[in-house]
Ligand binder design. Structure first.
Ligand code: ADP
Ligand code: MG
Length: 250
């Protein structure tokens, strides 16, 4: 096993009453990287996140995090080990301030967070919402709520952040701001796995791209190689096509 891999899936499958949502997926994620998972709707991207966080148990295969087997482990134990997920729909405590919401994240994360105040300040800074610290959560825009959700997730002192479509519904300016935040988080030492539909953002921010189609991993590599892979293009467009992915400019 490579010392640099933080997350490893080996032969992972998940079936829902005969529907194979994830089919024998194997990959390892290098620590300190940003990896994007792309694929058509229903490809199994969110299911993969649910398997890693322990929200779902795989039907077959093994998942390890920091060389420890986490297959079938309870979600709170996996969170304590350092896996955090940022949800697309943030459900903050609406009457609490941004600071207080993130503080709750810091209290419920990885074991051993000592200086909660420092952790919260740092998380707000990384998520680019330090200036909103004292605002009640119910005054935030949709874009700002996404940043709050990311801040809450990293305040757990996670080593791995799973972000499921953090830019969905955001305008181009907000999307660029979120991508900058993910890059800052990666630079701070947190490994990021991103599910994202916006191809220009994926191409720009990812060290590596994994492509899921009907539960199977059909491509894995640097963004520019994956974008020109005929099988990937076929999965998106339904037919083989020599043109690049929508929105991708070489
Ligand atoms: P994606 O996030 O790539 O759009 P999902 O992981 O949400 O795809 O879904 C993959 C497939 O698994 C879909 O066919 C979906 O309907 C099915 N699925 C996901 N979660 C469940 C569930 N809890 N019960 C039954 N089927 C599910
Ligand atoms: Mg999904």
């Amino acid at each position: 096993m490579s010392a640099a891999s933080i997350l490893r899936l080996e032969g992972v499958s998940k079936s829902f009453r005969g529907l194979r949502a994830i089919a024998e997926v194997s990959f390892a994620i290098e620590a300190g990287s940003i990896t994007s998972i792309i694929g058509p709707n229903g490809a199994g991207k969110s299911t993969l996140f649910n398997l890693v966080t322990g929200y779902l148990a795989p039907t077959a295969g093994e998942i390890s995090f920091k060389d420890r087997r986490i297959t079938g482990m309870a979600t709170n134990r996996i969170a304590e080990l350092g896996v955090a997920r940022a949800f697309q729909i943030a459900r903050p405590f609406r009457d609490l301030t941004v600071f207080e919401n993130v503080r709750i994240g810091a209290l419920f994360g990885k074991a051993g967070v000592r200086d909660v105040e420092v952790t919260v300040r740092r998380s707000l800074q990384l998520a680019a919402i330090a200036h909103l610290a004292e605002q009640p959560a119910n005054t935030l825009t949709v874009g700002q709520l996404r940043h709050l959700e990311v801040a809450r997730a990293i305040a757990t002192r996670a080593d791995l952040l799973l972000a499921d479509e953090p830019c969905a519904g955001l305008n181009p300016t907000e999307t660029a701001a979120m991508i900058d935040v993910l890059r800052l988080i990666r630079d701070s030492g947190v490994t990021v796995v991103l599910v994202e539909h916006d191809m220009p953002s994926v191409m720009e921010v990812s060290d590596r791209v994994l492509v899921l189609d009907a539960g199977a991993l059909i491509a894995d590599g640097p963004p520019h190689l994956v974008a020109s892979n005929p099988q990937v293009i076929a999965a998106y467009l339904g037919t083989p096509d020599p043109s690049p992915l929508p929105g991708h400019s070489p």
